[in-house]
Design a protein around this ligand. Sequence first.
Ligand code: NAP
Length: 321
Amino acid sequence: MPEFDTLAIVGLGLIGSSIARGARQFGLARRIVAIDGDASVLERVRALGLADLATDDLGAGAAGADLVILCVPVGAVGAVAATLGPALKPGAIVSDVGSVKAAVVAAVAPHLPEGVHFVPAHPVAGTEYSGPDAGFSTLFSGRWCILTPAEDADAQATARVTRFWEGLRAIVETMTPEHHDLVLAITSHVPHLIAYNIVGTAADLEAVTQSEVIKFSAGGFRDFTRIAASDPTMWRDVFLTNKDAVLEMLGRFNEDLAALARAIRWGDGDALHDLFTRTRAIRRGIVAMGQETAEADFGRARPSEPERARSLEAPKPGAAQ
Ligand code: NAP
């Protein structure tokens, strides 16, 4: 028996469409309703066969649902909850996937009627791609999903959402929204900010041409460009809604960066070596927990020798032929 009869997903982007695919593949809902305000997204949902019904009508789409998952950017969840709240049936469960939790709780909870349960969630899984074509059913497999239910939340509703995410092959952990936001600020939000910043700085450098930045990007920069290609709307909302925790962690980061700069200036090789040894151990710990591949170069396929030679010979754009 599926855990839920009708599952409604609001926002069929990377995360929403991955949930739809996984729920279908792993038999977690009898019926799937896809709700999205974008006509082109709904067209793709129908073409890909991701749902039994695809609609732009929030109220009608969510009306009969047993579980409604909000998969829209964090800045949009409040308005979505305000529209669909009155249509929800008693006993329905509302959840979300937002990368920030305290602001989502504050924005959504006031709009949910008595008898509707709210179990906020954040699957710590994603890619730099967006939209319904980017999703895949195993996105959450072996990844963490953090639930942040209120202290007085309905235990049965939390247990059902836990089983749903376990059905998507995720590993579920529970914490408070505030703790979630602090932890994710340092593990996800600040790293994204650093990536956006370093790629922006490189793009602005007039002395180093853009083509050289691209050509020699294997030296660490390339991995930043992957993160810095993440969805602009989603990440704008993350920084605006997790402001305090991000600024707190950024303050710590800046202090540590100043200490590193001092070590370089004064030739303190021991300080540098000590830090790099500690950070290497952290990387090994992440690989050991199955959250990253141990393959060299993150498992990327290496270009063949002829491909490499061709790319190095390629003329710079704008160079005299
Ligand atoms: P996405 O691929 O851009 O998809 C978002 C979808 O929501 C789009 O189809 C968008 O339509 C739709 N949408 C936006 N505002 C809406 C509204 N007011 N009403 C109805 N639909 C609306 O984004 P995503 O990566 O799946 O992210 C969705 C959520 O997942 C965010 O809250 C994010 O914090 C969270 N999350 C993301 C990741 C990740 O790595 N991407 C990981 C974990 C959690 P349009 O095409 O018209 O914009």
